[in-house]
Design a protein around this ligand. Structure first.
Ligand code: HEC
Length: 152
């Protein structure tokens, strides 16, 4: 495992465990906006990359930057499900997140790990690996949403 990957995961775990205290005083509606906003940002970086994987969008430095952004956002995503943010009104987060925190954390770390790998392949300008890795990241999104996000 590369050093970047290890640092990314360690930071993500730290945020996941440490966030409860830091956000206890923040208004619930702001916690919800933060969480959904981070997820939106994740999707806005990842969406164009799925276009690359399908051969519908062009690869280049701007796309590589999206992969780097996504890896950073995946670390932030580890920060948006603090215990202080359970039971938020109008959230699609299932209560299972806080009932099965180990399972949830595993899925979050899997996402962070795959996103960090994608960023590394992107920085190496390795399009073939990028295309395969986009699918791995997509599976990590789906694995978490399947269990922990309310379907609309
Ligand atoms: C470890 C779990 C997990 C992972 C990984 C994850 N998500 Fe999510 N996502 C959630 C949960 C839970 C919600 C619901 C949040 C809420 O409504 O409070 C959500 C919500 C969203 C939303 C809706 C945001 C809104 O405006 O309400 C989008 C879009 C989204 N995720 C995209 C993605 C994409 C794309 C990926 C992967 C690149 C991803 N997510 C990875 C758990 C995850």
């Amino acid at each position: 495992m590369s050093r970047l990957l290890k640092t990314t995961i360690a930071t993500g775990l730290l945020l996941a465990f440490g966030a409860g205290v830091a956000y206890a005083q923040v208004k619930p509606e702001h916690l919800l906006k933060y969480r959904q906003g981070v997820m939106r940002a994740v999707a806005f970086q990842f969406g164009p990359l799925t276009g690359v994987a399908k051969g519908e969008a062009q690869w280049g430095p701007a796309m590589a930057q999206k992969a780097v952004n996504l890896a950073a956002l995946s670390v932030i995503a580890g920060d948006v499900f603090s215990p202080a943010s359970k039971d938020l009104a109008n959230s699609d987060a299932k209560p299972e997140i806080w009932v099965k925190p180990d399972d949830f954390k595993m899925k979050m770390v899997a996402f962070q790990t795959e996103a960090a790998k994608l960023a590394e392949f992107a920085k190496a300008d390795d399009l073939e690996k990028v295309m395969a890795q986009v699918n791995a990241v997509g599976k990590a999104c789906g694995a978490c949403h399947d269990d922990f996000r309310v379907k609309r």
